[in-house]
Every structure is written in structure tokens, then in C-alpha cells.
Design a protein. Structure first.
Length: 378
């Protein structure tokens, strides 16, 4: 994260874009940076149009020794939570059964005692009722935790189903493979954003969110099924899935997932193929991407936009810059890789630069959607 104490808040617009024309700098602040800079300046109106993430996600301040201690405690707490969740997934059902049996046994003892003694007052003295109540409370607590794990499981399976549809691969086969690779989604690697054998653009995947990890895993399985002892004939499907026509919404969504500037991604699409070209509308290729020397054909627009985001992310690794930083030098460096002038692309850099400013200066028009109550939803 950038040193937010050195940022001039006068250069931050309402959408979280940092624009310093005197130095030729313009980039998009992350949600975490916006929260920290609001805290530092005690001003909640900084980047006021941005969706506010839950501040509980960022309880750690970034200053002083106390911060380091808090960060260490937070890391330890999160690790304990992961271990607890894994243990619950493996043992929750057995716990519920034991808890229920405990309640039944306690109720039986209580009933037998009541029948023999006939004295209600002795129940409390003997502690039988409180023991039964405590057992019942513990059982309900375990059930609540199991319910939470089930909700997380349903949400994860829904994500897997979503991206199996986008990449047009069989859900049952893909889900079973992911289960096998992650010890039923409980391995340390999975919680830390990795899956053994899953690579992207030649690099071992290190995802920053579960959704990013699922996207990259399913993409890798589709593109290299032989690496997982699968074949295209059984893996590939055609279920008629069609992505929406909200292309700017998709660009923003996947740019956020991969930590990229959506204005840059949109500028590249506009400069390469536009949103009304045959390449984009017939084979869903948003930026003249090639595979084995031929135009790369994608199952739908979302798959094409995802692949473009990953290409741009790869370019940033090559030029050793932060994916959220965009300036003229970075645009030119990306152009030298993606569309070198030697291949007749002398207008690529000025076109991308011009389109980038167009989308950046008219951000709300392209990337902010509102519902009927005028609430920001993107």
C-alpha cells in the first residue's frame, strides 16, 4: 500500500482517483487506502462516491509499534478461525449427534430422578436441570456454527457454478476436482489463496480473494485439462449461457477482482476492437487476443474480459509496476508488449491514452449504475 500520509487529498476526486497533473500521476486508490486516508485526515467525505467496504475488515492501523502488535494478533486470530472452520467441517455432524445424545441422556436422567423423588425443588439442588440446559445451549451453538459453514459452502458452490457456466465446463467434474485438490476446500493453501497445480500465465496462482482463486482455477482447468487427467470431450459443455450486455459493468467487476484500473481496461477494448466490432460480437474477443497465432475465441463476453484482465496483469508484472498505477509511461510500456509499433501499431498508445482520459473524466457515466431509488449499486 502507498504511504497515504504523503498524498494530497486535494488531488483525490469523489470516485477515489488520484490525479496530480503537475507530476503526471493518476491512479485509482484501493478501498483500504481510502479508509486509511479518511482515518488519517479524520474526514469521511474523501472519495465519498466509492462503495464503503466494511471497516471491520481493516481494523489495523498502519502506524507505530502498536500497529504491528495488532496486526500480529489479527493474523493469529484469523489463523485460529481457519483452523476452527476446517475442524467443524470435518467433525460438526458428529458433534451434533453427540450433543443430541447428551440432551436425551440428560433428559432421561432428569425424568428418572423426577419419577423417583417427586420433589421438584431437589432438581436445582442436584444441578440436573442446569446441566441439561447447558448441554442444549452447547448443541445449539454447534448448530449455529454448522449453519454458518453451510452458508459459506453454498456461496462457494454458487461461485463455482457461475464460473463453470462462464467458462462452459462441466460443474460436477470441476467441483469434484477442486474438492480433491483442496482437501474439500479446507487446506491451508486454499485459505491462503493457492491451489496446488493451478497456474496463470506461467505463474503459480496467489489469489487475494476466494472468488479470484475460483476464477483462476476453473480457467486453468479449462485451458489445460490434460494437466488434471481430464479431456475436453468430457469437460467441455454448451449449456447456452449468455452474459449480459452491460460490458462496462463487467469490466468494472473483473477489474476490481484482479486489482486493475477499469478505465484502462475499457480504453484498451475501445482502442483494440471497440464494443461493436465483429471480433468482439462474434467470437467475444475484446482486445485482439491471439492463441497459437489465431484470433482467440471465447465462449462469451465475460470470459474474454477476464482473459484481457489477466493479460494486463501479466504486463504489469513484466514492467514491475503496481496494477493500480496508470500514467503515460505505463501505457506506453504496456503498448510495447501488447501492440509494438514494429507491428504497425503506432497509434495504439495515443488511442489508449485518449480513451483512458475519456473514461476517467466521465467515470460516473460509464461505471456507476443506479437503481430506481438512486442508490449506488456498483
Amino acid at each position: 500500500m502507498r504511504d497515504i500520509t504523503k498524498l494530497d487529498i486535494k488531488n483525490i476526486d469523489d470516485n477515489g482517483l488520484y490525479i496530480d497533473n503537475s507530476r503526471g500521476l493518476f491512479y485509482r486508490l484501493t478501498d483500504k487506502e481510502i479508509i486509511e486516508i479518511r482515518r488519517y485526515h479524520r474526514n469521511r467525505l474523501i472519495a465519498k462516491n466509492r462503495v464503503r467496504p466494511k471497516e471491520s475488515q481493516y481494523k489495523v492501523y498502519v502506524y507505530g509499534e502498536e500497529t504491528l502488535r495488532k496486526k500480529a494478533r489479527l493474523h493469529k486470530t484469523n489463523k485460529k478461525r481457519r483452523i476452527t472452520k476446517r475442524w467443524l467441517k470435518r467433525n460438526a455432524k458428529a458433534l451434533i449427534i453427540r450433543g443430541v445424545l447428551g440432551v436425551v441422556l440428560a433428559a432421561g436422567i432428569f425424568g428418572a430422578y423426577k419419577g423417583v423423588s417427586g420433589l421438584i425443588g431437589q432438581k436445582e439442588e442436584m444441578g440436573i436441570e442446569s446441566e441439561a440446559d447447558e448441554t442444549e445451549y452447547e448443541t445449539e451453538s454447534v448448530e449455529d456454527m454448522v449453519a454458518q459453514v453451510d452458508e459459506e459452502t453454498e456461496a462457494r458452490d454458487a461461485l463455482i457454478k457461475k464460473y463453470c457456466d462462464i467458462f462452459q465446463v462441466d460443474y460436477d467434474i470441476t467441483h469434484a476436482l477442486l474438492q480433491s485438490l483442496t482437501d474439500n476446500f479446507t487446506s491451508d493453501d486454499y485459505y491462503e489463496g493457492r491451489i496446488p497445480g493451478i497456474v496463470c500465465k506461467g505463474v503459480q496462482v496467489q489469489a487475494q480473494s476466494e472468488e479470484e482463486l475460483i476464477i483462476l482455477a476453473i480457467r486453468n482447468i479449462k485451458q489445460k485439462p490434460e494437466s488434471f487427467n481430464l479431456n475436453k470431450e468430457t469437460l467441455y459443455i454448451n449449456n447456452g449461457y449468455v452474459s449480459s450486455s452491460d460490458y462496462f459493468g463487467q469490466i468494472k467487476y473483473y477489474s476490481d477482482i484482479f486489482g486493475l484500473d477499469e478505465c484502462l481496461i475499457a480504453a484498451i477494448v475501445q482502442s483494440e476492437t471497440g464494443f461493436d466490432s465483429n471480433l468482439f460480437n462474434t467470437i467475444n474477443n475484446p482486445a485482439g487476443l491471439r492463441l497459437n497465432g489465431e484470433w482467440w475465441e471465447f465462449a462469451n463476453k465475460e470470459e474474454g474480459i477476464i482473459e484481457l484482465c489477466l493479460e494486463v496483469e501479466k504486463y504489469y508484472r513484466k514492467i514491475n509496476c503496481s496494477p493500480l498505477d496508470v500514467n503515460e509511461a505505463i501505457i506506453e510500456a504496456i503498448g510495447n508488449i501488447h501492440a509494438p509499433k514494429s507491428d504497425g501499431n503506432e497509434f495504439w498508445v495515443p488511442n489508449v491514452r485518449s480513451n483512458y482520459y475519456k473514461y476517467k473524466n466521465n467515470y460516473d457515466e460509464f461505471f456507476v449504475r443506479k437503481d430506481s431509488n438512486q442508490m449506488r449499486i456498483m
